[in-house]
Design a protein around this ligand. Structure first.
Ligand SMILES: [Zn+2]
Length: 121
């Protein structure tokens, strides 16, 4: 029985890896989490560990935290980063990162969760 509170992506962060879904049928990586392959419709999707290297695609500076818990972190930087394997993921990042910069996944323990936090390569 799998624990419904657990998820391969957040379990990966807890273990210090970024995971993404990949199709068993054709090998295509999946953007976000899907039930069927975007390329071939195959239902056999599995989670793979990414190497952790990525390129910054978009940057947002957050000055007002959306929740009480995140207020301790504000101001902070969020990025969309394209993993070298292809998928794009959202995560925190060190301040001042710019679009196009090379970054490496880091992991920040925050309460009961682990946040993805990119650092400059
Ligand atoms: Zn496929």
């Amino acid at each position: 029985m799998s624990d419904p509170a657990r998820h391969p992506y957040t379990d990966g962060l807890d273990a210090g890896v970024v995971r993404y879904q990949c199709c068993d049928g054709c090998g295509a990586w999946q953007p976000l989490e899907r039930h069927a392959c975007r390329a071939c419709g195959c239902l056999q999707l599995h989670w793979r560990d990414a190497g952790g290297l990525a390129t910054v695609y978009a940057v947002t500076e957050i000055s007002r935290a959306p929740t009480e818990a995140f207020r301790a972190l504000a101001p902070y930087t969020l990025v969309l980063a394209t993993l070298d394997e292809g998928p794009r993921v959202m995560g925190h990042a060190e301040p001042g990162v710019a679009i196009g910069e090379r970054v490496r996944a880091g992991f920040l323990r925050f309460g009961e969760a682990t946040l993805l936090r990119f650092l400059r390569e």
